[in-house]
Ligand binder design. Structure first.
Ligand SMILES: Cc1ncc(COP(=O)(O)O)c(C=O)c1O
Length: 633
């Protein structure tokens, strides 16, 4: 591929900035995926998608899961802590734990546990359902099973089942009443779990989740509640079971300074608890380790201004310093970095299905007649006269003429045809002014806004609410890149809309190194041509937070691994939801629906509006429809 084009493509999509070494572009202009950072083996994503569509007979949209990226991220995390521990001669060990809320899929949890013996990875559960799944997983004897979140007796009893199965269960107390329940059940059953206390820190994170920390955080015990818990444990002679102190100041901490501050405060709390006789062995620092979604390495909400090594170094160094200062043992360090562990491992593939026509795209050729109103002939002159010097002035004039056009229409002075002509001329003037503005290094903001208005709007076959809900809910940016044609420079600007009947089902914010782009550069798309877009870094939270808006269901899913010879294997295919699945979700009964439809047909047959055979055929068609997928075919 031509070096100049590659450079341009890298600048436009920034793949090397956000890919963390997993994604790249090959000479054919296709995106490739590596099983580990900078591994020489790779899979060509375009060839893989073509294979999945033809050989596996899957349809888009597609979620492709690369479990090897989970293992790779876990190892990266673990290695970063091992390196920091060695560098600072830290006396505790690192215990990575996977918080199931981030992606509770069986494939994800099992993949992490497969690597458990190498780095003692454990699980964190925040609900009874997560705990129920976790209880039966194979864990090594060293690995932890942490119970977070609000608990009732049933939750605690399930945790005790896990204790009986020999697991290192730690019930992390969020409220004094929870501790009372744990003590009561431990006394009744004679089975005592390890106990953890979750502290509410004064320190806060940064970015979108800053309010998860600080004094008004939803979770955690205040200082006096912490002391009440310690007193209660001592009174009931269960203080020897208090093993862990936990805090979490929020997901995706964008600024490393906040991490250091929180570590200082938490390490002091730990030290003071040790000094009053609590034999705490583990300090659980929660999550917060962020992912650089836009590759800018800044404090911007979709980025982070640190590396995983810097994060681990700061955690280890600060905690060690405080422990030395306070003369207490250095605790084992538990991390719950789910986002970092999972974000990279899925790529979501959708395709452009159609173009949404807007006024700006409505471009029939306009010819001026002698009897055309003045406002139209003037617009035509403006349009024809735009050049590199006058484009801003002429654009402003065109705006005034558009207002005049609509005023005259509302007063009944011009016809519908005149209005149509005027609108076409106005948008053509805008397009010409925008083109001239692009020659400037720093075009005025109004032309940036115009770029968005004039951008193509492509209809893509997916539901934003199902597959990238954070893009809608919290304006999270995900890298979006065509997975092919990257050996050609893109020539269009576009925003994307999904297939839901919701105006919010659109993506009009895209990653950029310096800012947020309001349009995405894409290649010219022709109706009937395949054009696949990958939405990357969707492995954390998106699958579980996604909803069934408009009854769009799960996309088809394929799990892919790359073997030692560099060949890829589709190890699992999970068909997407059928219409019937979504009917059940909305509590319809398929048989009852069919019966009801048949009754309506029978009335029509009775009235002579339909033949019996046609009615039978229609009923069969209706019945077969329930087995179809929910997305566009
Ligand atoms: C207690 C706890 N641990 C871990 C996490 C995961 O954090 P992260 O998204 O930074 O991986 C969360 C998520 O907010 C959490 O609430």
């Amino acid at each position: 591929m031509n070096d100049e084009i590659l450079q341009q493509i890298q600048q436009v999509y920034g793949v090397e900035n956000w890919s963390a070494g997993y994604f790249d572009i090959n000479p054919q202009g296709h995106i490739i995926v590596r099983p580990a950072k900078n591994d020489p083996r790779f899979v060509d994503l375009k060839i893989l998608v073509d294979d999945l569509l033809t050989k596996q007979k899957l349809q888009l949209p597609l979620l492709i899961r690369f479990p090897q990226l989970l293992t790779s991220q876990l190892r990266t995390l673990s290695n970063a802590y091992q390196t920091a521990i060695a560098q600072y001669a830290y006396e505790g060990q690192h215990y990575p734990v996977f918080p199931m809320k981030v992606n509770p899929r069986r494939e994800v949890v099992e993949e992490f546990l497969r690597d458990s013996s190498r780095c003692r990875v454990g699980l964190e559960c925040g609900s009874k359902a997560e705990l129920y799944a976790a209880v039966a997983q194979d864990q090594t004897s060293e690995s932890l099973l942490l119970c977070n979140g609000f608990k009732d007796e049933a939750f605690i009893k399930t945790a005790l089942l896990a204790v009986q199965a020999g697991k290192r269960v730690t019930i992390i107390v969020e409220k004094l009443n929870e501790l009372k329940m744990v003590i009561k059940l431990a006394q009744q059953t004679g089975v005592a779990p390890w106990i953890g206390l979750r502290a509410k820190l004064y320190s806060r994170g940064s970015g979108k989740w800053a309010s998860s920390g600080g004094e008004s955080a939803k979770f955690g015990l205040t200082t006096s509640e912490l002391l009440d818990c310690v007193r209660l444990l001592k009174e009931t002679k269960l203080d020897h079971r208090l093993k862990l102190l936990h805090f979490h100041i929020g997901s995706q901490i964008t600024d490393i300074k906040r991490v250091k501050n929180a570590m200082k405060e938490a390490a002091r709390v730990y030290a003071k608890l040790r000094q009053i006789g609590c034999q705490i062995e583990f300090l659980d620092i929660g999550g917060g380790l962020g992912v650089d979604y836009d590759g800018s390495q800044t404090r911007f909400e979709s980025s982070v201004n640190y590396t995983v090594q810097e994060f681990a170094n700061d955690v280890v160094y600060v905690i060690k310093s405080v422990c030395v200062d306070e003369n207490v043992p250095q605790p084992n360090l538990v991390t719950e970095s789910g986002r970092f562990m999972t974000a990279y491992h899925t790529v979501f593939i959708t395709s452009i299905r159609d173009e949404i026509e807007t006024f700006a795209q409505d471009k029939p050729v306009v010819t001026i007649d002698d009897d055309d109103p003045q406002v139209i002939t003037e617009l035509k002159d403006l349009c024809d006269g735009i050049n590199g010097k006058n484009y801003a002035e002429y654009y402003h004039d065109a705006l005034e003429h558009k207002d005049e056009l609509h005023t005259q229409f509302n007063l009944g002075l011009i016809s519908l045809e005149d209005r149509a002509k005027g609108e076409v001329l106005f948008w053509e003037s805008c397009a010409r002014a925008l083109k001239e503005s692009e020659a400037e290094n720093f075009p005025d903001d109004e032309f940036e806004a115009l770029k968005k208005i004039l951008a193509q709007k492509y209809l893509c076959n997916f539901s934003l609410f199902r597959s990238a809900p954070d893009s809608w809910a919290i304006k999270q940016l995900f890298p979006i890149v065509p997975i092919h044609r990257l050996n050609e420079a893109p020539s269009d600007y576009a925003t994307l809309v999904d297939v839901t009947c919701d105006s919010d089902g659109k993506i009009d914010k895209f990653v950029d190194l310096k800012d947020v782009k309001e349009t995405l550069e894409l290649h010219k798309w022709k109706d009937g041509e395949d054009y696949y877009l990958g939405i990357f870094l969707t492995g954390a939270y998106q699958e579980v937070m996604g909803s069934h808006h408009n009854l769009f269901g799960h996309p088809n899913e394929a799990q892919v691994v790359i073997d030692n010879d560099g060949r890829y294997h589709v190890t699992k295919v999970v068909p997407g939801s059928r219409i019937n699945d979504m009917l059940l979700f909305a509590r319809y009964d398929k048989a009852q629906l069919l019966e009801s439809y048949r009754k309506q047909l029978a009335v029509r047959v009775e009235a002579g509006a339909l033949s019996r055979e046609t009615a039978e055929q229609l009923a069969s068609e209706y019945e077969a429809g329930a087995g179809k997928g929910t997305y566009l075919e």
